[in-house]
Design a protein around this ligand. Structure first.
Ligand code: GLA
Length: 393
């Protein structure tokens, strides 16, 4: 997969140019800002069922996360049951009534997401949508589904089996376009989330096959090193994101226990600077006040959800010290001073480096403190930590 993925990139992007006509109409209408919500995979994996999903929806409301902007409750892999004689997909025993579950989630002012694969099987070996795309999209719409994560999984081997890079890429693009058309045909607004681990420069063509977001990487884990590899590896991708078309560096791990609070603030800050989807991946029914505070910091969320829809990018890297900036509406900037080393370290930025001339209003976001009107800033940043600033505006 990797070999095919990297070598077909050029041809894929050429193919993308010819496919604009097949794109979904009005992508910004379903995802004008990066989708926010929760997804079952990072914490529950296969141990997800109807009762757990309802409990997460309840907790999203009770915790204040809904009021902070979180909306989607996304069921990942392992909900799928068998197809009946007519080919209609049914949930397995863990999900006795998907429409009733969607009604419940909607009654809370939330939206429900689901998961499938363009291949015959999902990554966890459950029923995929191959050959049943229109039927599945119709079923999802009838249930009241608002979001589909469509995960390459078992389409990979058939791409390889096609025997040529050109055929492999055609298979992938065709498969993603097919589900896009099927979703559009339902008439229901459904966010379309591509998951193919970021191979073949998906950021260049994900929008042309209808994707509202596309994973740019392999799977995240709840470890600082993996989160940092993925997050800081997004450098250079900002120009491919815009309202309705987002790069997706995978779901959040905040609150899952494998990182400390400093590291989770780095994770959250970086995802906000990246205009990444904010899909919490923890158990919302068992959050510490610290986890909740990280996930619901209004000023951090405002950076992610800024209406201009511009993704941030790396400004400087000096060994393990990195400065990232995201343009915000009204000419303001969000700036992250990151220390990836294992020691506390000073990190500095001259605001001219992010395009700001003269002194500007400077705010320490996590400290919730105005720092005055400044032209530069130098912060002592803890190991694996961040100083997140808002400049101007
Ligand atoms: C892949 C995806 C994950 C998750 C699992 C489910 O690994 O990248 O995000 O959806 O499949 O099987």
């Amino acid at each position: 997969m990797k070999r095919i993925g990297t070598t077909v990139a050029a041809a894929l992007s050429m193919a993308a140019l010819t496919m604009a006509a097949g794109a979904r109409a009005g992508p910004a209408s379903v995802a004008p800002t990066p989708p926010m919500g929760w997804n079952s995979w990072n914490h529950f994996a296969a141990k997800i069922d109807d009762a757990t999903v309802r409990a997460q929806a309840d907790a999203m409301v009770a915790s204040g996360m809904r009021d902070a902007g979180y909306r989607y409750i996304n069921i990942d892999d392992t909900w799928e049951g068998a197809r009946d004689a007519a080919g209609v997909i049914h949930p397995n025993a863990k999900f006795p009534d998907m429409k009733a579950l969607a009604d419940y989630v909607h009654s809370k002012g939330l939206k429900l997401g689901i998961y499938s694969s363009p291949g015959p099987k999902t990554c966890a070996g459950y029923e995929g949508s191959m050959g049943h795309e229109a039927q599945d999209a119709k079923t999802y719409a009838e249930w009241g589904i608002d979001y589909l994560k469509y995960d390459l999984c078992s389409l990979g081997p058939s791409m390889i089996a096609s025997g040529s890079l050109e055929k492999a890429q055609a298979i992938e693009l065709e498969a993603y376009k097919k589900m896009d058309a099927a979703l559009r045909a339902t008439g229901r607004p459904i966010v379309y989330s591509l998951c193919q681990y970021g191979v073949a420069q998906v950021w260049r063509w994900g929008g042309s096959v209808g994707g509202n977001l596309w994973r740019t990487t392999g799977d995240i884990t709840d470890r600082f090193s993996r989160m940092a590899t993925i997050g800081f590896g997004q450098a250079g991708l900002s120009k491919f994101a815009k309202p309705g078309r987002w790069n997706d560096p995978d779901m959040l791990e905040v609150g899952n226990g494998g990182m400390n609070a400093v590291e989770y603030r780095t994770h959250m800050s970086l995802w906000a600077l990246l205009a990444a989807p904010l899909l919490a991946g923890n158990d919302l029914t068992k959050m510490t006040p610290e986890t909740l505070a990280i996930l619901t910091n209004r000023e951090v969320i405002a950076i992610d959800q800024d209406p201009a829809g511009r993704q941030g990018d790396r400004v400087t890297a000096e060994g393990p010290l990195e400065v990232w900036a995201k343009p915000l509406s009204g000419g303001a900037k969000a700036v992250g001073l990151f220390n990836l080393s294992d020691q506390p370290s000073y990190v500095e930025v001259d605001f001219a480096q992010v395009g700001l001339k003269g002194p500007v209003k400077t705010r320490d976001i996590w400290g919730a403190k105005d720092l005055g009107r400044l032209k530069a800033y130098r912060a002592l940043v803890p190991a694996h930590g961040v100083m997140l600033l808002r400049l101007g505006g």
